[in-house]
Design a protein around this ligand. Structure first.
Ligand code: PGA
Length: 256
């Protein structure tokens, strides 16, 4: 169940033609140097999901959405359902990203509903957790992470967790160029495994895939990937450049 994953969160970048262009370049690089040890997953904007899934039909790169709505369907203008995401060919969804928590006031309850709906619809989930700088300075990092994971997993059975990955993304490291040191990241990943053992049991702490996110770049990827409890990365800025993203994937090939 535990495996290596390198994921790229495109955020609100790339029109349809730009998206196709980027994915074609990435695909060419990965054909030359395939990712044998890790699964590559990209999270383009909703508008590009269908065309990118189509483009990647014969590729091993998988596709996911950056968000979904917490109801199955209905009068929710502007929202996108799990079934709609699935119909594009996407297999994954990001839930609880700190930008959703910050700008769209997504709370733990909503995040938990989204996770349940995604899993019911057979979408694989990357749940993002992480502390702000303020909370870290107050020594509350572990408290907030415990709370986020407890809420995220509420009502889930161990069997559901095989489709769930957790990404530890310290908010102070996202888009800031200030990455957590490998030791800082390792400490929290190890803590996550302890939490999972305590909350779920069944050796879930060792079975779950845990990613690090926050200013991952080709220069710091290997240091992070060599930590025993880090199974890969959720990459933002650097995944918009096919050269940087493939270098991060290569760092995984060398380190995992
Ligand atoms: P970053 O973003 O790599 O640009 O810091 C990571 C993320 O938001 O998932």
């Amino acid at each position: 169940m535990r495996r290596k994953i390198i994921a790229g969160n495109w955020k609100m970048y790339k029109t349809n033609s730009e998206a196709l262009n980027l994915v074609k370049k990435l695909n060419i690089r990965l054909k030359k140097k395939p990712a044998k040890k890790s699964q590559v997953v990209i999270f383009p904007p909703f508008t590009a999901l269908s065309s990118i899934s189509q483009e990647l039909k014969k590729s091993k790169i998988q596709v996911g959405a950056q968000n979904l709505f917490w109801e199955t369907e209905g009068a929710y203008t502007g929202e996108i359902s799990a079934a709609m995401i699935k119909s594009t060919g996407a297999k994954w969804v990001l839930i609880g990203h700190s930008e959703r928590r910050q700008y769209f006031k997504e709370e733990e309850k909503v995040i938990n509903r989204k996770i349940k709906l995604a899993l019911q619809n057979k979408l694989k989930v990357i749940l993002c957790v992480g502390e702000t700088l303020e909370l870290r300075q107050q020594n509350l990092t572990k408290d907030i992470i415990l709370n986020q994971v407890e809420w995220g997993l509420k009502g889930l059975k161990p069997v559901h967790l095989q489709d769930l990955v957790i990404a530890y993304e310290p908010v102070w490291a996202i888009g800031t160029g200030k990455t957590a040191t490998p030791n800082q990241a390792q400490e929290i990943h190890n803590f996550l495994r302890e939490i999972l053992d305590a909350l779920v049991g069944g050796d879930m702490g060792q079975k779950m895939t845990l990613l690090y996110g926050g200013s991952v770049k080709p220069e710091n990827a290997a240091g992070l990937f060599s930590q025993p409890d880090i199974d890969g990365a959720l990459v933002g800025g650097a995944c918009l450049d096919p050269v940087s993203f493939s270098k991060i994937i290569e760092a995984g090939e060398k380190t995992f």
